[in-house]
Design a protein around this ligand. Structure first.
Ligand SMILES: Cc1ncc(COP(=O)(O)O)c(C=O)c1O
Length: 413
């Protein structure tokens, strides 16, 4: 039975936030800011000369490169626009095919679909629940130009396998790292394997630059030379050595963008100053969610009806969310029955996320209804997530486990 007393007091447009009547909510943000982080913002408000495109942008980009090991990093206003820049640099055109995971947030696909390229949906692996390299290779045709993968929920994709396929077929690779800042494979950070890495600092992410923000990492020097102009309406700093700085004009109108249309995807200085502070604590924050997940995974191992993702050796899965699969077929029940119990009697605001994108009317109407994703089809309708934030008390985690046990016992009758 759904909880009858639901009212959102605060929260965001996606429905996250405190809802009365629940013992455990699905919060709108992952943590509160520290004083050092607040001071970094206030300092820019008081003291910085430029409020955008200034020294804090350059520092944040330098810090991001140092943190990830990326060759080039460009801060932008959000990850959707980082993906849009990647799509622009891939030079996608109508008739091209781009391979995109069907199991992800819609923002992964929109920037690529809007180029006019054809979206070909790719499946998940049966055990890690992110992009399956075998399925990707199977779907490559003579028209494929680009592979997009998503390190969804904080779980890294098998990037060595993806890059090997891309090299053999001469394809570009975009990594959507929106949910995985700090995740890595054998010590190499996500966002540094492919041609482009796209990061989000949206309000619900592990680190957030005041609600919106992102970074595009870029491998090639040629692409990197284009990004500042593409990000900011073609405006770029003058190269050193111009004698008359005002010639031909105050903004640099004579630098070539290789016939690509620019945009304004700039991010403010206060957000960049905050971003630099947040990078200092990112590993610590990820350690907290990893420890929370370890506690839950150990306890859930006793429940045969629940499965969690396999974490291959050498993977740092940062647990941006905690997703499980429920199999109640032995007693004729499904995920929705379990969620009725959790959200009702137990007061746990569990959720279901990332509906397969080919099921959305948005994508269907835009010509991306076709799919061949049998693993996702067989898995998704019985998947769900617990409420999740950084620093959940042990008692809350234990309550989630007890609730799910009680729910399954009640469904079994
Ligand atoms: C997988 C994925 N890709 C892209 C995005 C878009 O990020 P942003 O909100 O910063 O545009 C998100 C954000 O929620 C996401 O989860």
């Amino acid at each position: 039975m759904a909880n009858p007393t639901q009212t959102t007091k605060t929260g965001d447009a996606s429905g996250r936030g405190s809802v009365s009547g629940y013992k455990v909510n699905f919060p709108a943000r992952m943590r509160v800011y520290s004083e050092a982080e607040i001071n970094a913002v206030v300092n820019v408000m008081r003291n910085a000369e430029a409020q955008t495109q200034g020294e804090y942008l350059r520092q944040f980009e330098t810090d991001f490169k140092a943190y990830t090991g990326a060759r080039h990093a460009f801060a932008v206003d959000n990850c959707t626009n980082a993906l849009r820049l990647a799509a622009t640099l891939c030079r996608l055109a109508p008739g091209d095919e781009v391979l995109i995971p069907a199991y992800t947030f819609c923002a992964t696909a929109i920037p690529f679909g809007s180029t006019g390229a054809r979206i070909v949906w790719t499946d998940i692996t049966p055990d890690t629940w992110v992009a399956d390299p075998h399925d990707i290779e199977k779907k490559i045709t003579a028209r494929t130009t680009t592979i997009v993968v998503v390190h969804l929920l904080g779980m890294p994709v098998d990037m060595p396998a993806i890059m090997e396929i891309a090299r053999r077929h001469n394809l570009r690779v975009v990594e959507d790292c929106a949910q995985a800042p700090g995740a890595s494979l054998n010590g190499q950070k996500v966002g540094t394997f492919g041609d482009y890495g796209c990061f989000s600092f949206h309000g619900a992410k592990n680190i957030t630059t005041l609600g919106e923000g992102g970074v595009l990492t870029v491998r090639s020097d040629e692409d990197a030379a284009l990004v500042p102009g593409l990000r900011h309406n073609g405006v770029r700093g003058f190269p050193a050595g111009r004698e008359r700085y005002w010639v031909p004009a105050m903004s640099n109108v004579d630098m070539d963008l290789d016939s690509l249309w620019p945009n304004n995807f700039s991010i403010g200085e206060a957000q960049c100053a905050l971003g630099s502070q947040l990078l200092k604590v990112l590993d610590e924050l990820n350690d907290v969610t990893i420890a929370q997940a370890a506690r839950l995974r150990a306890a859930l191992a006793e429940i045969p009806e629940l499965t969690v993702a396999r974490i291959p050796d050498g993977y740092r899965h940062i647990f941006h969310q905690f997703v499980m699969h429920f199999d109640g077929s032995a007693f004729g029940k499904n995920r929705n029955d379990l969620l009725d119990f959790l959200t009702g009697e137990a007061g746990v605001r569990a959720i279901v996320q990332y509906h397969p994108l080919y099921r959305y009317p948005l994508f269907q109407k835009l010509g991306a209804a076709e799919q061949d994703c049998p693993i996702l089809e067989g898995w998704w309708d019985n998947s769900f997530s617990f409420p999740w934030w950084i620093g959940m008390p042990d008692e809350t985690l234990d309550y989630l486990v007890d609730s799910v046990k009680a729910g399954i016992a009640s469904l079994k009758g």
